[in-house]
Design a protein. Structure first.
Length: 316
């Protein structure tokens, strides 16, 4: 059985057919040819020490507390189904996990434990390492794993990106149940992807507390499209999805750029009249239509306010 698994992988990797060029085969190829791993190999996994895990977790910053709460919610939903939930850093090191005590011995034996390296370089094709490489939600179901020793598992990983769109780690649900139906991994994949998106959203909003956050129009399952703007509607931040959809690089945020230049296909020249009209309307709305109060808020006289209202054909 072990030899057959290895033969299947080698046959797919060296195949010249179209079927041999799938995303799964590409990961097997990296494992075999780039990392030099042997699918039949059996070796003892070494755990990173507790200090290394703590330091890795500290690199998450504020995202760590958000992820911790999300892991609790996710485990409450799937823990009774024989699953564990793990969080890794951007290198594939498991820095936190949730599991039922009765399942801990099995998961520890399988390496789903704090301090284990699940990068592709260490474990070949798997739901964590392959997710890190491809930076998208990934399901590696049983015999899709590179190592034969891992084929009892089904692993569903989703990447986590920080408020600057950088890869921070992976949120993963793993199950070692042999009686999983074909639809169950898909449900788990959707659950972990939704949880990862929620973490990213909460972290982004928290990172730009005090600023306005705008939700983009993109309706996909690839993550939140959010933008942060200052009081003058100048762009100061965006999630990874927003950056990818609108061609925003790190350099974009080093210079001032109006959000309308990003979100509008047509980019008309500045309309000072429209800007002034909007400011007057906001001031009047804030003052509940009281012109005197609106004028004070704007730092102008009541007479000046009335002249501008008349010029712009507004109603006070």
């Amino acid at each position: 059985m072990v030899e057959k698994h290895g033969e299947l992988i080698r046959e797919a990797v060296f195949s010249k057919s179209g079927a041999g060029r799938s995303a799964l085969t590409a990961s097997w190829s990296r494992s075999l040819l780039v990392h030099g791993l042997d699918p039949e190999a059996l070796h003892h996994r070494e755990l990173a020490d507790d200090m290394s895990c703590r330091q890795a977790l500290e690199q998450f910053g504020a995202l760590a507390a958000i992820a911790d709460n999300a892991m609790n919610r996710l485990f409450a939903a799937v823990g009774s189904s024989g699953c564990c939930v793990v969080l890794t850093d951007a290198t594939g090191l498991i820095v936190a996990r949730r599991g039922k005590p009765g399942d801990d011995e099995s998961f520890r034996e399988w390496g789903l434990w704090r301090g284990t390296d699940w990068s592709e370089a260490a474990e070949g094709t798997n739901g964590i390492g392959t997710c890190l490489v491809e930076q998208r939600p990934v399901t590696i179901d049983r015999a899709q794993h590179f190592f034969h020793r891992n084929i009892a598992m089904s692993c569903m990983g989703a990447p986590l990106f920080d408020h600057e769109g950088e890869l921070a780690g992976v949120l993963d649900i793993s199950s070692c149940r042999a009686d999983l139906t074909d639809s169950f991994p898909l449900l788990l994949r959707n659950a972990v992807a939704d949880a990862a998106h929620q973490i990213e959203t909460e972290n982004f909003i928290g990172s730009f507390a005090g600023f306005r956050v705008i939700v983009g129009a993109s309706k996909t399952s690839a993550g939140p499209e959010l933008f942060a703007v200052d009081k003058d509607d100048l762009l100061i931040g965006a999630t990874r999805r927003a950056r990818r959809n609108h061609g925003l690089s790190r350099g974009t945020f080093k210079k001032l750029r109006p959000i309308r230049d990003v979100l509008e296909d047509a980019q008309p020249g500045p309309d000072l009249g429209a800007a002034e009209r909007a400011e007057l309307r906001r001031a009047l709305a804030h003052a509940n239509g009281n012109a005197s109060k609106a004028a004070r808020d704007l730092g102008i006289s009541r007479a000046s306010l009335y002249r501008r209202i008349a010029k712009l054909s507004l109603r006070s």
